[in-house]
Design a protein around this ligand. Structure first.
Ligand code: SF4
Length: 370
């Protein structure tokens, strides 16, 4: 057990634990509070989370529960839940109730209320574990964290879209690992911008100039499955290792700052297929699919957790787009029982089909244009 009064923890989603750690280390009183980064995602996380979650609840709920239970068992007594839209908006209350019924004693801090983020309310919740925290400092650290998240998103997008072109296999992964380690401890904007330039230069130098002919795949679908690699069985990594260029839209920066104002544009873009929102990311899945088709992508992968209604709504529309625009789309649903071997086999078959299709298109073009 920790000697600190408070041990604070939170659920995983991708590598966002790094800017969260950076933020929390500035918000807590280090004499009384310790940060516990949740255990790395594992089979145990989803098994234990599923065991104590309602059977038909969304899979991200179960992952969050797994993270919380693992952290509580290691001594955490303050839990942070981000909350969010769709059914995510009700996760916090249900999770809190289940964990209390299980006998855990803890403080629970939610960042988003059903009506959105109320910075003063969130400040009040942190103040309960750090009496010395001033509102001005809290707000400034929050703004800094948003900038750090933005840099993380830009850097990871660069890595995702360039790893297939790296000069030496494994180099970008090493740079990425060091980037994450260093980001945890950045304290000022000056350090942050120097850090950003340093890592972008390192990454750019590790990539070939020749970015020729590769299979281009776009990933659309539900946000948690898109951003938490364990929950999609490391789909993006798998695709890169198979030699594909991978594009994905969803990041925290997108969700916080771009999604809202992009809605009108998505409705306009997808007007031949949908005339209203489908809930959560459903409309985006349709609109982004059309964008990928227009940008010459070879194939699209639609991903969702089991039982995700907005994405189930989007699927028949995507099937129609696939038929009408002659674009291959494959659908993956992930839950605690999904077999990695099954995903890999379908992925390989999908890729073979795209390679053959690309060759056929090239051959037809040669026959027409010589
Ligand atoms: S988007 Fe899907 S997985 Fe996420 S809360 Fe809504 S229904 Fe659940």
């Amino acid at each position: 057990m920790s000697s600190k009064k408070y041990v604070i923890s939170f659920p995983h989603i991708g590598n966002y634990y790094v800017p969260v750690y950076n933020l929390l280390s500035k918000l807590i009183d280090k004499d009384t509070t310790k940060i516990l980064v949740p255990d790395k995602m594992s089979k145990n996380t989803i098994d234990i989370g599923s065991k104590f979650s309602p059977e038909y609840i969304c899979v991200p709920f179960k992952y969050n529960m797994g993270n919380f239970i693992e952290s509580l068992n290691k001594g955490a007594n303050v839990l942070i839940q981000a909350g969010g839209g769709c059914r995510y908006g009700y996760y916090a209350e249900i999770q809190e109730q289940i964990l209390r019924d299980m006998g855990y004693d803890f403080k629970y801090i939610t960042l988003l209320d059903p009506e959105g983020v109320n910075i003063k309310k969130v400040y009040g919740r942190f103040k309960k574990i750090n009496e010395k925290l001033k509102f001005k400092d809290f707000a400034l650290h929050f703004i800094f964290a948003i900038k750090a998240i933005n840099i993380l998103d830009k850097f990871e997008t660069y890595i995702r879209e360039n790893i297939v072109f790296e000069k030496n296999k494994g180099e970008l992964e090493k740079i990425h690992k060091n980037f994450l380690e260093e980001l945890k401890y950045i304290n000022s904007y000056k350090e942050l911008y120097e850090f950003k330039n340093k890592y972008f230069n390192l990454a750019k130098n590790a990539v070939k100039n020749d970015k020729s002919d590769v299979i281009k795949i776009g990933i659309v679908g539900e946000l948690y499955t898109s951003m938490e690699p364990f929950s999609s069985m490391f789909l993006e990594k798998e695709l890169s290792q198979m030699g594909c260029f991978v594009k994905r839209y969803t990041t925290v920066t997108y969700l916080l700052f771009e999604k809202g104002r992009a809605q009108k544009g998505h409705l306009k873009n997808a007007k031949d297929y949908v005339c209203h929102s489908l809930g959560a990311d459903g409309l985006e899945s349709v609109s982004h699919t059309l964008e990928l088709v227009n940008n010459g992508y070879d194939g699209i992968i639609h991903i969702k957790p089991f039982g995700c209604t907005p994405e189930i709504n989007a699927m028949p529309i995507l099937q129609k787009i696939s038929r009408e625009k002659n674009i291959p789309i494959i659908y993956f649903t992930f839950d605690s029982q999904t077999s990695e071997a099954g995903i890999k086999t379908r992925l390989e078959a999908f890729l073979d089909m795209m390679v053959m299709r690309k060759e056929k298109i090239k051959k037809n073009r040669r026959e027409v244009y010589g």
